[in-house]
Write a protein that binds this ligand. Structure first.
Ligand code: FPP
Length: 269
């Protein structure tokens, strides 16, 4: 379990508007990398459930949407931190297949926010070698201009390989498995040929390695339909921080804890 942080922690972790690693960066610079973090054992793929935006806003008497705005700052500080330590794949849960049940104003906000966030961030992500991808079901409820912004960001960064940032958007783990099974059936795969490889190769991004480390914020101990197939052997970390307070320093803490664990994949160590 990652240590409990105070609401002040985010502000205390670096207030510079210039990022490290040369060149302009996303808001706050990442925190200094602790000496105990072993740079030879960086998880290749980190996935985050960015939970607690609404509560963060409520604690301040603000509308929930302000929590999402603050969540963007946290997200890009974590992107910065991930780049700093050489994480190759970062996947974040931005909008689930269940999030359509939220009040229409909040859904509308999150759709528009996705679009504006992409137009604000995509060039910098591209400059820093970050490939942007979206995992999730295409959906007619996603406005066309939002879809266009997603397609443009994907196309712009297609050749970037320093890190792949996957935004799980209209994503559901069960929906992904259902979609893979539908493809198996459509491909006429015989029952005795259905195996892990046949399913894995029909996931949204077969080239994406399974997450090594999953972090969920806000003190909730759930997976909430996130990457159900891919999480089979991931190390899970839960932080009491609300997502808008989460920063690169907290990512580093999670990575240090990950490095202390022994992964056995069902075998013995
Ligand atoms: C969960 O917190 C958070 C979300 C559903 C959205 C996460 C979005 C961002 C961090 C900003 C980036 C956004 C996009 C669209 C790319 P919650 O609202 O469930 O919080 P609560 O559990 O406290 O109510």
């Amino acid at each position: 379990m990652i240590r409990r942080g105070s609401p002040k922690s985010a502000a205390a972790q670096g207030a510079s508007s210039n990022g490290a690693g040369g060149g302009p960066s996303f808001g706050q610079a990442p925190a200094e990398v602790p000496a105990e973090l072993d740079r030879t054992k960086i998880p290749a793929h980190v996935a985050c459930v960015m939970d607690g935006n609404g509560r963060w806003a409520a604690q301040r008497g603000l509308p929930r949407t302000e929590g999402h705005i603050a969540g963007e700052e946290a997200l890009f500080n974590v992107v910065n931190g991930a780049l700093e330590i050489g994480v190759r794949w970062l996947t974040v849960y931005a909008f689930s297949t269940e999030n359509w049940r939220r009040p229409p104003d909040e859904v509308r906000f999150l759709m528009n926010f996705n679009e504006t966030l992409l137009s604000r961030r995509r060039d910098e992500l591209h400059r820093r070698g970050v490939r942007i991808r979206f995992a999730g079901r295409p959906d007619r409820r996603v406005p066309r201009r939002v879809q266009r912004a997603m397609d443009e960001a994907t196309a712009l960064t297609e050749g970037d390989r320093t890190m792949t940032l996957t935004l799980a958007f209209n994503y559901g783990g069960r929906a992904e498995i259902i979609d893979a099974v539908r493809e198996l059936v459509a491909d006429g795969v015989a029952a005795n040929k259905v195996n892990e490889r046949a399913i894995a190769s029909r996931m949204y991004f077969p080239d994406m390695p399974d997450p090594d480390l999953v972090v969920r914020t806000s003190g909730e101990f759930r997976i909430s339909n996130f990457l159900l197939w891919e999480l089979a052997y991931s190390e899970l970390m839960f932080s009491d921080l609300l997502w808008p307070d989460f920063r690169s320093a907290n990512l580093y803490e999670a990575v240090i804890e990950y490095q202390r664990r022994t992964r056995r994949y069902g075998g013995v160590s």
